[in-house]
Design a protein around this ligand. Structure first.
Ligand code: WTA
Length: 636
């Protein structure tokens, strides 16, 4: 087991050490892993042209650190407990040895189908153990996985496949989600009409939905593994070889492929998992995220398995077959650690405490929150009703780009405060700056959250476009990584994340760029222009509010029909998660004389608070504001 911090003074000591001498600090953490060859130097970095390297010239395979390093001791220990969408479907448990065999076998399948080190493999699959098996099999042979959340549309999937020039797609026939069963393979087929790089598709049978298999391209998973050896010698990877690409939304343009590399990501996700959750060998860890997001990568697959942990993998949704499903799963598998998103907590809060009381939740020790700011009410409910006041809540702030948790209490060690991610983890050096880049020192300050020193699992580039990565994260403030989040440091020096300060909205913990949603809406033939903003939403954290200007041809159609058809378009272009909650048809947008949309006004209207709209004198046509306000049913 990795060494662990046990006390608050221990944390303070480790933190100071990690700042005073980051090289020594990370050297001693990394020594606890199995490297084929150790590094020549711990870190080299330059934020100006973004060149960050950790554990330089170290040779390693992350799966050897999950399997070979652990098998002797942990062979029969459950690695993955699979809880299917249907509670009556028997639980599948894979021990470390069984998982190792499945990963090795599938690694051999990848090789037999022409995949080699450095090739990109897209994974578009539901929350089943095969998702983890496919990811780990890629890592085993040095292929780069790009997992795409299976709720994304064919066109989003195609964009991601094309950007990464993936050679293979791993998918399933269908996907169970609550009472619904969703077609998956059909979406892949549609996407592949516009993807020329893909040579092979491996299809897992999950729902037995009829699918068409393309001769020479498509193979069933169960056929592909027949007779294939369950031993595979791991590929030797350089510490800085790419481990995976994960697409995420930003303020502008299409989603970017965030690139993570092998050595640093391994060390950091494992270290943070052990310390933040204070994980012990008998614990059962359940992270409810989907493997399509970074939380699933780092804290369902890599972080826990590197620690020899047992994880629960859940295919379904919190409210199926009933609203007590989460609590049922906790009781059934004696979950000790529950790691979920505030949006799920708020959704379940709405059903009161009765569903909780039906279950014995006494196995719980630690509660985690991730993905969006947690409001005080949800925090208290989680702490008192789910945790019965006995389980520390770790509010973990981090991002796809950071690879692992950056600020969080250590469970049971750092005193918590509702709504606060509290303090930076060892190795993380936050800095708050104003809009001009001046550091805001001391406590009781609020500003832009940046990080001034590299950490092992930080983003290395955006796939295929290094300049874009530099411009997005390293040009706003000199020599700093800019997170895109606003933050407050209170009188105690505790950090509270205030949410995005850029044009990214966080809907139920899912990141969406306003520009991305606007582009989807604008692709509708009746739309001239649109502007999208986020607004506070009781359950989702933020909702999507779209202002849409229609073409004159729209006069022949009913407004409600047009709105419906806009929702269909957004679902088709991005996926159902990007559907606006409110669509307001407008005749114009509040633009300045230079043509810039004054989003501040649109946000205020979406929030329903137009008491103080600020200075509108620079608008080209100030009267448009009155139209928008009254169109929203508001009064100034
Ligand atoms: C937000 C998810 C407040 C934040 C791991 C960040 C949070 C974005 C928290 C990254 C938290 C994540 N408190 N806000 N504990 N965790 N966020 O890339 O705005 O999907 O920038 O990574 O989610 O979202 P992503």
């Amino acid at each position: 087991m990795l060494s662990k911090i046990n006390t608050l003074s221990g944390y303070l000591y480790e933190y100071q050490k990690s700042i005073a001498n980051p090289e020594d600090f990370w050297d001693s953490v990394a020594q606890q892993f199995y490297w084929r060859k150790t590094w020549d130097k711990v870190v080299d970095w330059n934020f100006d042209n973004l060149d960050v390297k950790w554990f330089i010239n170290g040779k390693v395979n992350i799966t050897e650190n999950i399997f070979e390093k652990n098998l002797f001791m942990l062979g029969d220990k459950p690695a993955i407990i699979f809880e299917a969408n249907d509670p009556n479907e028997p639980t599948v448990t894979l021990t470390y040895r069984q998982l190792y065999e499945k990963v090795s076998q599938f690694a051999n399948v990848l090789l037999a189908n022409g995949i080699r080190k450095g090739d990109r493999v897209a994974i578009y699959i539901p929350m089943v153990p095969e998702a983890a098996i496919a990811m780990l099999a890629c890592a085993r042979i040095g292929a780069i996985h790009s997992v795409v959340f299976a709720g994304f549309s064919a066109s989003s999937l195609a964009d991601r496949i094309n950007d990464a020039e993936a050679k293979m797609v791993i998918t399933s026939d269908g996907n169970y989600r609550g009472a619904k069963s969703i077609e998956v393979k059909a979406v892949v087929d549609e996407a592949l009409e516009t993807c020329s790089s893909v040579q092979k598709v491996i299809v897992l049978e999950r729902t037995k939905t009829p699918v068409t298999m393309k001769e020479g391209r498509d193979i069933w998973w169960h056929d592909a593994i027949k007779g294939v050896a369950t031993e595979n010698k791991a590929e030797e990877m350089d510490s800085e070889d790419m481990l995976f690409i994960l697409y995420t939304s930003g303020s502008t343009g299409k989603p970017k492929g965030v690139v993570h590399t092998t050595g640093g990501y391994m060390v950091y996700t494992a270290y943070t998992f052990r310390n933040v959750f204070q994980y012990e060998p008998q614990d059962i860890f359940w992270c409810t995220a989907d493997v399509g997001w970074v939380t699933g990568h780092s804290y369902i697959v890599y972080g826990p398995l590197l620690n020899g942990a047992t994880v629960v993998m859940f295919e379904g949704v919190p409210t199926y077959p009933d609203v007590d499903r989460f609590w049922d799963v906790v009781e059934k598998h004696k979950v000790t650690h529950l790691y979920t998103a505030p949006t799920a907590i708020r959704a379940l809060m709405a059903y009161g405490t009765e569903p909780i009381q039906k279950h014995d939740l006494s196995s719980l020790k630690v509660l985690g929150s991730v993905g969006e700011p947690i409001n005080e009410e949800a925090w208290q409910w989680y702490y008192h009703h789910v945790g019965k006041g006995n389980c520390p809540v770790v509010d973990t702030w981090w991002q796809t780009e950071t690879g692992g948790m950056m600020m969080s209490p250590l469970a049971g060690i750092t005193p918590t405060k509702p709504g606060y991610a509290t303090l930076p983890l060892p190795g993380i050096q936050p800095i708050i700056v104003d809009n001009e880049g001046n550091e805001l020192k001391g406590n009781n300050v609020e500003g832009n959250l940046c990080i001034k020193f590299p950490w092992p699992s930080m983003i290395r580039t955006t796939y295929g476009d290094h300049e874009r990565c530099i411009n997005t994260y390293f040009r706003s403030f000199k020599n700093l990584y800019f997170t895109g989040d606003g933050v407050k440091r209170d009188a105690d020096g505790y950090y509270r994340i205030l949410g995005r300060v850029d044009d990214v909205i966080n809907v139920s913990g899912h990141r969406l760029g306003t520009a991305e949603v606007e582009n989807a809406i604008n692709s509708h033939p009746l739309v001239l222009e649109s502007a999208v903003v986020g607004y506070p939403h009781d359950i989702k954290g933020q909702g999507i509010y779209a202002y849409v200007i229609l073409d004159s041809a729209s006069q022949n159609h009913e407004a409600d029909k047009i709105k419906q058809s806009l929702l269909t378009t957004v679902t088709k272009v991005i996926g159902p998660i990007a559907k606006p909650d409110v669509i307001q048809i407008v005749s114009g947008l509040p633009k300045t004389r230079s043509g810039k949309i004054m989003r501040r006004i649109l946000r205020k209207v979406a929030e329903g608070d137009v008491s103080n709209l600020g200075d509108t004198s620079t608008l080209l046509d100030p009267s448009i504001v009155d139209e928008i306000v009254s169109g929203a049913g508001l009064k100034k």
